[in-house]
Design a protein around this ligand. Structure first.
Ligand SMILES: C[S@@+](CC[C@H](N)C(=O)[O-])C[C@H]1O[C@@H](n2cnc3c(N)ncnc32)[C@H](O)[C@@H]1O
Length: 281
């Protein structure tokens, strides 16, 4: 973080999670700037559905990918109920990772899986789906809803290392009335001990850490199974990513074909979160 002393703070927008508005600023604020931002927060509080305004003080970090927040205005809380893609989710911003900005990616993956299952040449009649790094289960919920709308019979197994995220994920599954989602706490590094079967579809929206989890992900994917894999790359790495993933999979003893790479949000200048779709051969 850099210190910008006498600059006027320009709040371009805010993210909304349930009834909480989140302002993110890539700088540390001095007392004058904090006063200015609190006055902006009181303005945001006038929005009909906002009851709390928080400042995201730190980027997500650590194993469970949580950020820290400073209260700015309204009710002093970090927990809320968020609605997205027809699903309801309990979230506690201080205790779990959650990004409302990924809602369109969630719908994209869910609809893509439905398309695969419904295609004439489908090999996935009774599909089994794993959602690794599930957090509070937003991907699993949106997927289960799309499967239900399309009258598709499939089972979803979710795993995350964060006990509190698992607690909320279980509440969220019940709240949305899905009986085909199972949620367990565990470390994906021990995935073959957690799941003794292989899956047709694996969602691996992994955290931004040095460990890539490719071996674990592919070891629970069936032959012809499809993986939606999260990666983080700069402009130079992006061009080489396809080849890199194929080579990395090979060193782990697997053959894959990368079907597509989609940008899923810019993290900093010329550095992206991407969604890699691949098939295990
Ligand atoms: C970037 S978050 C994604 C959460 C969720 N997919 C979402 O978008 O809301 C990464 C998640 O991975 C979990 N995690 C990190 N390391 C893990 C591991 N080794 N095994 C299982 N989960 C892990 C964290 O607790 C966190 O919930």
């Amino acid at each position: 973080m850099s210190m910008v002393d006498n600059e006027k703070i320009n709040v371009r927008g805010f993210e909304t999670v349930g009834d909480i508005a989140i302002i993110s600023l890539p700088i540390q604020l001095n007392a004058r700037q904090l006063k200015q931002i609190k006055s902006k927060a009181r303005e945001i509080l006038k929005h009909k559905h906002i009851n709390t305004v928080l400042l995201k003080c730190q980027k997500v970090g650590g194993k469970i990918r949580t950020a820290s927040y400073m209260w700015l205005a309204g009710q002093r809380k970090t927990q809320t109920v968020h609605k997205e893609n027809g699903c309801i989710m309990h979230v506690d911003l201080a205790k779990v990772y959650f990004s409302a900005r990924l809602s369109s990616e969630r719908l994209f993956i869910a609809q893509d899986i439905v398309k695969h299952i419904k295609s004439k040449k489908s090999k996935y009649r009774k599909a089994s789906i794993a959602v690794l790094f599930c957090g509070i289960a937003p991907y699993a919920l949106v997927l289960a809803r799309q499967l239900k709308l399309n009258k598709i019979n499939a089972t979803i197994e979710c795993v995350d290392i964060n006990a509190y995220a698992i607690k909320l994920a279980k509440i969220n599954v019940k709240l949305n009335g899905f009986n085909n989602i199972n949620v367990v706490r565990g470390d994906v590094k021990n995935i073959t001990r957690l799941f003794r079967k292989k899956f047709d579809f694996v969602l691996a929206l992994r955290p931004q850490t040095d460990y890539d989890f490719i071996k674990e992900v592919l070891s629970i994917t069936k032959k012809h199974g499809i993986v939606y894999y999260r990666d983080f790359v700069n402009a130079v790495e992006l061009g080489k990513l396809k080849q890199q993933i194929v080579e990395k999979a090979k060193t782990c003893g697997f053959n894959v074909k990368v079907l597509s790479i989609r940008k899923a949000g810019q993290i900093k200048p010329r550095f992206w979160r991407v969604l890699v779709k691949m098939v295990k051969l």
